[in-house]
Design a protein around this ligand. Structure first.
Ligand code: SF4
Ligand code: MG
Length: 314
């Protein structure tokens, strides 16, 4: 609810604060139990920062983060550690998130050992069952991450993430480093696990096709703000925000014979340290109006369930 995450910019000889990066700037949304929310946007739009705020790796600068009605925005210490059991993150590069010196068995067992989830042999059994859940055989336990392909490493990271039976998984570009055929396998695995474990996901990606595959609803982010939030069907068939329209026009649609007119955005994404006044997208928007340069549009419901932040709809 109105979550902001600002980072100070240090400068000068005294290394004092000379400005701030508004990585997440007033974001509100609800994630329902068992739901997958896709979060899309170009690199640097703040989606990874938002993911880390949701995980409470970062504390929000302002605003409230709650789970089941409990405010967790500023919890610390033991309380935060307990909370972490419910939240797990899966990253783009499983190789860098898996300690290369630990065997796969030790990697998957670690969260169980740290949290004293049973005896040695119970934990061993649990590791075998977690590996089976992600499609790896028990022999994988004695091998090391480098002996596996990228897709298999992501399966190991997922097994580890599942060990404490989380409620929510934040997947940040979880399949972006994989070949397309392997991507589909991992996406299918994540969908199956959602049903099996009653998981909710925040699925972060720059790739609209990937997000379409897994999400119930999709949120589009630009320069730290949500510009559109809608059920998947509405977002892909009738996008409202000019930025969503541009992103979709650039995304290939191999299966459908829709020829969308390609909208080419000019210019780069402005710096989040100096976001434009008014609508942050106005410097690149093909439909910019005078009002857009001075007044910031709020995210509002335009059609049932479809929210958009754009003066064209207010
Ligand atoms: Fe474009 Fe104006 Fe809408 Fe922003 S508010 S997306 S600049 S039309
Ligand atoms: Mg990122």
């Amino acid at each position: 609810d109105h979550v902001k995450k600002y980072f100070p910019i240090m400068g000068g000889v005294l290394r004092h604060t000379v400005g701030q990066v508004k990585a997440v700037d007033d974001v509100s949304f609800t994630l329902n139990e068992g739901e997958t929310l896709g979060l899309v946007g170009e690199s640097g739009c703040g989606k990874s920062t938002l993911g880390r705020v949701i995980m409470r790796i970062y504390e929000p600068t302002e605003g409230t983060l709650s789970i089941g009605g409990q405010d967790i925005s500023h919890v610390k210490g033991e309380k935060l550690r307990k909370l972490r059991h419910d939240f797990q993150m899966v990253f783009q590069d499983p190789y860098s998130s898996l300690n290369p010196r630990m065997s796969v068995g030790a990697l998957v067992a670690e969260p169980l050992i740290v949290n004293k989830r049973g005896t040695r042999s119970q934990i061993q059994d649990e590791v075998v069952s977690l590996l089976a859940t992600v499609g790896l055989n028990p022999e994988a336990r004695v091998r090391y991450p480098h002996e596996f392909s990228g897709g298999q490493r992501q399966r190991i990271a997922i097994a580890r993430a599942l060990a404490l039976h989380p409620k929510l998984i934040v997947a940040d570009e979880a399949v972006s480093a994989l070949d397309v055929s392997i991507q589909a396998q991992i996406l299918n695995l994540l969908s199956d696990l959602r049903k099996e474990f009653g998981l909710s996901y925040v699925f972060i990606s720059h790739n609209l096709a990937v997000v379409k595959h897994v999400s119930d609803r999709v949120a589009v982010m630009y320069l730290g703000r949500l510009v559109e939030l809608a059920p998947k069907g509405s977002l892909y068939t009738s996008p409202l925000h000019p930025y969503t329209q541009a992103l979709l026009s650039a995304a290939p649609e191999p299966k459908r014979h829709v020829t969308r007119e390609r909208i080419v955005l000019v210019g780069d994404v402005p710096s989040p340290a100096k976001p434009p006044n008014g609508c942050a997208f106005h410097t690149r928007c093909p439909k910019v109006m005078d009002v857009c340069r001075s007044i910031r549009p709020e995210l509002e419901e335009y059609t049932p369930g479809q929210y958009v932040a754009c003066h064209l709809y207010s």
